[in-house]
Design a protein. Structure first.
Length: 377
């Protein structure tokens, strides 16, 4: 239904809302009545964040080229500023200009499933509703340059910014060769980002209809067989693909208690090798780790149920665990990876229903269920 009837679900687009409606209707048909909707404002493309940063860098280099002392000073500050914003984006932190670009309406769907007895904790299951554009910069087709390429704007911004400020302070000139190289780096960023902005949106069968389907399957099972002492909240988020905006909004507005909540995020669980992500991050500068107790719980599940073929693995991935960890929550992510440890068909048109491996999806659902039961103990 998500892939073929609704199709691609751009962040904050009508199709994303249709997906939210479909999920809500499905939950109500199962007899789950505590379903809420949360609306919020969001940018509708990641380009609203990356393009201003690359353009600021390009402007900074231009100013240094023509503007003498002041040009070098202001140019240096622009480079440093763009570097800081991009660095924060690598942890899904909103840029300082978020309120100006958050002009579209999106939504989260939240379903609550009570425990049999008194609830001592809340277990969250997270899956996002939106799908990304095809993006050749994110990830690049040469998968092994991904982390280097993503580190580049941060490193170039800091090195270039410090050099330009130093040149302004000590009144020395910067060679046109180095300025040209710096400008070329930002021009590469701008061009790539513009090319990506005009790409079509992907069907998003793996990213992340796979997670939505697992959440719905677990919901159906929980209806028949609730956990003993854990309430379960299913959180279907909007606008994950533009900086985890739905999750950020949920935490801001709902402020769930840090101590009594555990979070499992599902990302692209429909193909490849089923993994518990042990280290996340898409650059050399921005890795983040899941909660170790949750990873250990998943390891116990994997050991007890070897047929799940669930493995711990460090992946090149950026998702809502970044937001959750930044806020201090205990979270872990399940994802499917290919032989290179990369996410299959990530942000490519090939991410369609035909590429889903039923066996992987099925094991992901069972692994999620087993992990919930393990955490309930
Ligand atoms: Zn995703």
């Amino acid at each position: 239904m998500l892939c073929k009837e609704i199709g691609p679900r751009p962040s904050a687009a009508p199709q994303e809302r249709q997906a939210a409606d479909a999920v809500e209707a499905t939950l109500r048909r199962m007899g789950i009545l505590d379903v809420q909707r949360q609306t919020f404002k969001s940018p509708n493309s990641i380009g609203w964040m990356t393009l201003p940063c690359f353009l600021a860098g390009l402007l900074g280099v231009g100013l240094a080229f023509v503007g003498g002392l002041w040009g070098r000073g202001v140019g240096g500050l622009l480079l440093l500023g763009s570097s800081v914003v991009i660095y924060r984006l690598l942890f899904a932190a909103p840029p300082f200009f978020q309120r100006w670009i958050a002009r579209w309406t999106s939504q989260n769907v939240i379903a609550r499933l009570p425990s049999q007895g008194r609830a001592e904790q809340t277990l969250y299951l997270v899956g996002h509703l939106d799908s990304q554009k095809q993006r050749f910069q994110f990830p690049p087709s040469l998968y092994w340059i991904m982390r280097a390429q993503t580190s580049l704007p941060v490193v170039v911004g800091i090195a270039g910014g410090v050099a330009l400020l130093g040149a302004a302070l000590f009144e020395v000139t910067v060679s046109p060769f180095w300025l040209g190289l710096l400008g070329a780096a930002y021009l590469y960023g701008v061009t790539g980002a513009v090319v990506d902005e005009f790409q079509p949106h992907v069907e998003g069968a793996n990213d992340n209809a796979s997670a939505v389907s697992v959440l719905l399957g677990v919901a159906e099972t929980l209806q028949r067989q609730p956990l003993e002492r854990s309430e379960v909240v299913l959180l279907f988020t909007g606008c994950e693909e533009v900086g985890c905006v739905g999750m950020e909004h949920y935490l801001q507005v709902t402020t769930p208690p840090v101590n009594d909540t555990l979070w499992i995020d599902l990302e692209m669980v429909g193909t490849g090798e089923l993994c518990v992500v042990t280290r996340h991050g898409i650059s050399y500068l921005s890795s983040y780790r899941p909660d170790s107790a949750l990873v250990e719980a998943a390891a116990r599940v994997a050991q007890r149920q070897p047929w799940l073929r669930l493995k711990g693995k460090a992946l090149v991935i950026l998702e809502e665990v970044a937001t959750l960890r930044r806020w201090g929550y205990r979270a872990v992510c399940l994802a499917g990876a290919d032989v290179h440890g990369m996410l299959p068909n990530w942000h490519r048109l090939a991410d369609s229903l035909e590429a889903i491996e039923p066996d992987t999806l099925s094991r992901a659902a069972c692994a999620t269920w087993e992990l919930l039961r393990e955490l309930d103990k």
